[in-house]
Write a protein that binds this ligand. Structure first.
Ligand SMILES: NC(=O)Nc1ccc2c(c1)=C(Cc1cc(-c3cccc(C(=O)NCCN4CCCCC4)c3)c[nH]1)C(=O)N=2
Length: 301
């Protein structure tokens, strides 16, 4: 198969910065096609002990891409990887409309938009969780928008792969497909109580983040804010949550059913395969989950 190098691309501009990677918009000279290339400095990832993160991201993207289907194409594609003396390169889908955050901050979300994007995120969670993958860092910055304004989930460096997905292969003291995670991962505003308290993780950790994102699409800011991580964690533990009077009742209801401290009592926590108890909530009334990708998204660039 083709051997790639950085010389095969024209690197135009930085379109994303992580703690140990930089994402560039680049053009493949032979194909004359745009890609996003995530570049990691080898020295930096070794020094920051992030080798496992980088390996995990490649493994998770390969698993997800291998099972991506036409009704659930809601993930960035990893086309190939290559490396040189100093760097690793991940050639990924370019999402020309960036990520969700500027649209949320720009208060462009009406109820139809909130419902549509919550539905696409739920479909992506179903696909990922069915493969035994927990994202663990779901947030608007990791939800990209392609040229047609459909979502593409990205950034799987913090993801957890549950082995075989059967209780037999996991720590039996942790029900509902949970396993111990050694260190805290994620972003403070979206981290679930179980990740804060017991250092355990479950698919329901991503459902908590979905609840935070639905709240944020309505309010324009996350439900748990603060001047420090400690202050944010305190609000999460105490479930300090305020809703404006203008918050739609059914939207408030689904947020409150997702932001439940006990992971196994969270809406969808006991579902398997498809999140039927989430799909059937009145907030999603009228959504055809199998045809989302065929619909024209209600948000325009
Ligand atoms: N951590 C990661 O994995 N990060 C990644 C991975 C893959 C990837 C990735 C990040 C991408 C990030 C990205 C960022 C951008 C972008 C950056 C800056 C500006 C814009 C932009 O203005 N686009 C036009 C749409 N704007 C958006 C804001 C409101 C007005 C209209 C896009 C486009 N794509 C991408 O396209 N593909």
């Amino acid at each position: 198969d083709l051997k790639y190098s950085a010389l095969d691309y024209v690197f135009w501009k930085v379109v994303g910065e992580g703690s140990f990677s930089t994402v560039f918009l680049a053009t493949d000279i032979r194909l004359d096609r745009e890609f996003a290339i995530k570049v990691c400095e080898k020295k930096h990832i070794v020094k920051e002990r992030k080798v496992e993160y980088v390996k995990r991201e490649k493994e998770v993207l390969s698993i997800i891409n291998s099972r991506m289907c036409t009704t659930c194409p809601f993930f960035v594609k990893l086309y190939h990887t290559f490396h040189d003396k100093y760097r690793l390169y991940f050639v990924l889908s370019y999402a020309s409309n960036g990520d969700l955050l500027p649209y949320i901050n720009g208060k462009k979300f009406n109820e139809k938009c909130v419902q549509f994007y919550a539905a696409e995120i739920l479909r992506a969670l179903e696909h990922m969780h069915r493969l035994g993958i927990i994202h663990r860092d779901l947030k608007p910055e990791n939800i990209l928008l392609n040229e047609n304004m459909h979502i593409l989930l990205t950034d799987f460096g913090s993801a957890k792969i549950l082995e075989n997905q059967t209780l037999e292969s996991e720590d039996k003291s942790l029900p509902n497909h949970r396993s111990r995670s050694g260190s805290f991962v994620g972003t403070a505003q979206y981290v679930s109580p179980e990740l804060l308290n017991e250092q355990s993780v479950s698919f329901a950790s991503d459902l908590w983040a979905l609840g935070c994102i639905i709240y944020q699409m309505v309010e324009g800011h996350p439900p748990f804010c603060g001047r420090s991580e400690a202050e944010i964690f305190q609000k999460i533990r105490k479930l300090e949550l305020n809703f404006k009077d203008t918050f739609e009742p059914k939207t408030k209801d689904i947020v409150l059913k997702l932001l439940v401290p006990d992971a196994s009592s969270r809406l969808g926590a006991l579902d398997r395969g498809q999140y039927d108890s989430v799909r059937s909530h009145s907030f999603f009334l009228g959504v055809d989950f199998e045809c989302l990708y065929q619909k024209t998204p209600p948000l325009q660039p």
